[in-house]
Design a protein around this ligand. Structure first.
Ligand code: NAP
Length: 494
């Protein structure tokens, strides 16, 4: 089982000791004391630190060349390391590139003091698999544990690292192999599953991007992992990780929700590797909602009808596509008491979200009109329904209406579009209720204009939550803690 090590970045020995005690009492198996973050080396305080928390600590003094914090002068590293390896620490980390020449001496002292040596290397740029394997071999030849960290920029490289780590563990090597950066989070999520020696976790702020907080790393320890994620390209900022993390934490499930930013050529790699990576489910976002349909084994009724998938469930060798946007929009109408049967609705936009909205509205019995910047696309959406849906050009709106409900299903309203609104403000008096699918910012320019006109409004947050809750239920079979998910979403929006 991988030991979970909380990384302590205090700037002096007393604070580090206090933080380490705290992290250990909160369930960290180990604490990594980062001596490179210290301002000075007070030998008495360091001995006290080693005496009190050292038996469950890793002593690390990272060089600045390998990502160390700019702390004490680097020319003191050698002296510090020699002192540290003779103290009662469980592990001491030394660098193959900087300290490898003294490996023999380090090993002798470490052996005398019962210290396990981690020989580490931190690549500063991505390298190919063979260089990672060579470096692991080199580190293993001079330390008890070989640790290699390498920046990862794509999912395929992260998958390769997981495979490399598994192969080394199988051959009885003690190994830590980390893909750094957001794309490398998979290697951390599967550290325990792959049999790695240590899973480094954040205590407070992460020391590098992609590190999991201690609480998430603890949930994964010794349990079969549930990997969830979001597939898209490029992946902008999303609330989904915060929402699903809250659900996993609320139910104490050994899961993580990862960003899978995959370009079209790598899409199959993640689908094919899902089983061995313990991927139980993914959300799908732009640009794959429609193109992924043909790669899946089954579709639910909503996904089939709309030809779009926002949720994949991975089974034992099979994949099922769902469209929980439909469920999310329908439930949000109910939960907010918005009745649409026999009412007149205007939908703006002609993308996947607009299609899901029109689908729900026509099934609920509303009379639906649809408008879009490119009217031809609105006509295509209207034609795709058996029920009567009328397409209107945007410039016809001042002569049309009134509508009981307006739904914005374009991205206008998100921050990058400034104050732009998707329909002329002059039509707002003809509208009963304004529903903006945009949820960030919580009050969009359209909602603000509608409120000024005295109209009730809602943002897309409720829909987002209900579609997320449905996806979560499909993946885990558990009833999701919607209130905790809502709190997490609101917190992330602050
Ligand atoms: P999409 O498939 O890319 O469609 C975007 C639509 O917006 C298209 O009709 C496009 O018009 C129109 N559009 C884009 N930029 C525009 C601009 N500058 N001016 C006028 N119209 C513009 O996107 P989608 O998946 O349908 O999503 C649409 C929005 O709904 C996004 O903001 C998304 O975040 C939101 N959404 C929210 C939820 C939720 O749970 N709350 C769920 C799904 C989506 P053209 O056809 O002319 O290009």
């Amino acid at each position: 089982m991988a030991k979970v090590a909380a990384v302590i970045l205090a700037d002096n020995a007393r604070d580090a000791e206090r933080e380490a005690r705290n992290a250990q009492s909160k369930g960290a198996d180990l604490t990594e004391i980062r001596f490179d973050a210290f301002r000075n080396f007070d030998e008495t305080a360091v001995r006290n630190l080693a005496g009190s928390v050292g038996s469950r600590s890793i002593a690390t003094f990272r060089s600045t060349a390998q990502g160390g914090v700019q702390g004490p002068p680097q020319n003191q590293r050698t002296r510090w390391l020699t002192t540290l390896v003779a103290l009662p620490f469980a592990y001491v980390d030394f660098e193959q590139a900087t300290d490898g020449g003294r490996a023999g001496e380090m090993r002798r002292i470490a052996k005398r003091h019962g210290v396990t040596l981690i020989a580490s290397h931190h690549f500063t740029t991505p390298v190919d698999r063979s260089r990672v394997e060579d470096m692991l071999e080199t580190c293993a030849s001079i330390g008890d544990v070989a640790k290699v960290a390498v920046p990862v920029t794509d999912v395929q490289s992260a998958i390769q690292l997981v495979d490399v780590a598994r192969a080394r563990v199988k051959s009885k090597s003690r190994v830590v192999l980390i893909g750094t950066g957001m794309a490398g989070m998979l290697t951390r999520a599967l550290a325990d599953d792959a049999g790695q020696e240590i899973h480094y976790a954040a205590w407070g702020r992460a020391s590098v991007p992609g590190q999991f907080p201690l609480a998430a790393a603890k949930r994964l320890r010794g349990r079969s992992p549930i990997v969830l994620g979001l597939i898209g390209h490029p992946l902008g900022h999303s609330l989904s990780p915060a929402i699903h993390e809250a659900a996993l934490e609320g139910l104490d499930l050994p899961g993580v929700y990862l960003p899978f930013d995959v370009d079209p050529s790598s899409l199959n790699a993640i689908l094919e590797a899902a089983d061995r990576l313990h991927v139980r489910g993914c959300n799908v976002t732009s640009p794959y909602k429609e193109s992924i349909v043909e790669r899946l084994d089954e579709l639910d009724g909503d996904a089939e009808r709309l030809g779009a998938v926002n949720t994949i469930v991975f089974g034992d060798g099979w994949t099922a596509g769902h469209n929980t946007d439909v469920f999310g929009f329908r439930l949000s109408l109910r939960s907010m008491g918005i009745r649409v049967g026999d009412r007149r609705a205007l939908v703006v936009g002609a993308g996947g979200a607009a299609k899901a909205v029109v689908d729900v509205l026509v099934r609920e019995g509303a009379k639906v009109q649809i408008t879009n910047r490119t009217v031809r696309k609105a006509e295509a959406v209207a034609d795709s329904f058996d029920e009567a849906v009328e397409a209107l050009p945007l410039d016809a709106l001042p002569r049309s209406g009134p509508w009981d409900l307006l739904v914005n299903a374009t991205p206008l309203g998100t921050k990058e579009f400034g104050d732009a609104v998707p329909v002329p403000a002059s039509i707002l008096p003809k509208i009963g209720y304004v529903y903006d699918l945009v949820y960030n910012p919580p009050t969009t320019p359209l909602m603000a204009a509608a409120r000024r006109a005295g109209k009730p409004t809602t943002s897309g947050l409720e829909m987002l939550l209900h579609q997320a809750a449905k996806s979560f239920e499909l993946w885990t079979g558990r009833s999701p803690p919607v209130e905790a998910m809502r709190r997490a979403a609101k917190e992330a929006l602050r």
